[in-house]
Design a protein around this ligand. Structure first.
Ligand SMILES: [Zn+2]
Ligand SMILES: [Zn+2]
Length: 275
């Protein structure tokens, strides 16, 4: 018997990924709870009624939309290839032996293939691919808006000495430092991740594909040619491929289920169409 199998490297690897996921997901939820604490208990609970009526419904709508998108990104099928496809696809993954349609990649953390694979995200403890990329982007954007609002509320309260007025001076100082740090961290993390995905969203690329596309683009430039991304169908259709045809509703309604028009077995290849 293979000695690697005997001592259970596969099991240890799974445990390692499990511990990493648990740590990062707990951190993500912890940061979110600190933001809610900072905005609600430390500031808004002491605010005048008119301000509470104006801000609280908007703030909690954002929070619910954020948690809904997060749960959908974590628990959705990211787009595993079907076991018995109708089309007789012959290409198979050498690592898991599943069928491998175009734009499919094998995730070494999950040890499974994922269609339109973008990356494996420890923040959502899941692959990010064809079916949950929209939820992942919505999680980043709602997280960015909610944590920015938390930060703004906390800064305004701090400058007007309304921060945690029911606390002792020590608790107030500690709460202010922690809340502002956590909110600023959340804003930075969400902003960095979201803005790195904007060019991919616009041009219908995945993170994995962008490496090859960037290389091909440089090569084409050297040869005086104009490189076109193969799957770029224009902004509207690119967004519909990620969020489904009802893009606005998918953003506004918490737990909205994106119904995609692509099944992941084939894509419109704009480059081929133009030839
Ligand atoms: Zn595979
Ligand atoms: Zn994965």
């Amino acid at each position: 018997m293979d000695s690697r199998k005997m001592i259970g490297f596969g099991f240890l690897r799974k445990c390692g990924a499990g511990v990493m996921h648990l740590f990062v997901v707990t951190m993500c939820l912890g940061l979110s709870m600190c933001n809610i604490y900072g905005a609600h208990y430390a500031v808004l609970s002491n605010a005048p009624t008119w301000l509470k009526i104006m801000i609280l419904p908007l703030y909690y709508y954002l929070v619910v939309n954020y948690f809904a998108a997060y749960m959908q990104a974590v628990f959705s099928d990211p787009g595993r290839p079907p076991k018995n496809p109708e089309d007789s696809l012959t290409t198979r993954c050498q690592k898991c032996n599943h069928i491998k349609p175009e734009r499919t990649h094998h995730c070494s953390v999950c040890n499974q293939c994922c269609m339109k694979y973008d990356h494996h995200c420890p923040w959502v403890a899941n692959c990010v691919g064809l079916k949950n990329y929209g939820y992942f982007i919505k999680f980043l954007v709602t997280g960015l808006i909610a944590s920015s609002l938390s930060l703004l509320i906390e800064i305004l309260a701090l400058f007007s000495s309304k921060f945690c007025t029911h606390c002792t001076t020590t608790t107030r100082t500690l709460s202010a430092i922690l809340c502002l740090t956590f909110s600023a961290c959340s804003v930075m993390c969400c902003a960095m991740m979201f803005f790195s995905h904007v060019p991919y969203l616009k041009s219908n690329q995945t993170t994995v594909e962008s490496y090859d596309n960037d290389f091909d683009k440089r090569q084409a430039k050297k040869n005086g040619l104009n490189y076109e991304y193969p799957y770029d169908r224009g902004l509207k259709k690119n967004l519909e491929e990620v969020f489904g045809p009802k893009v606005i509703l998918s953003w506004l309604v918490p737990f909205w289920r994106n119904v995609l028009q692509v099944d992941g077995l084939g894509y419109v290849n704009c480059k081929n169409n133009k030839l």
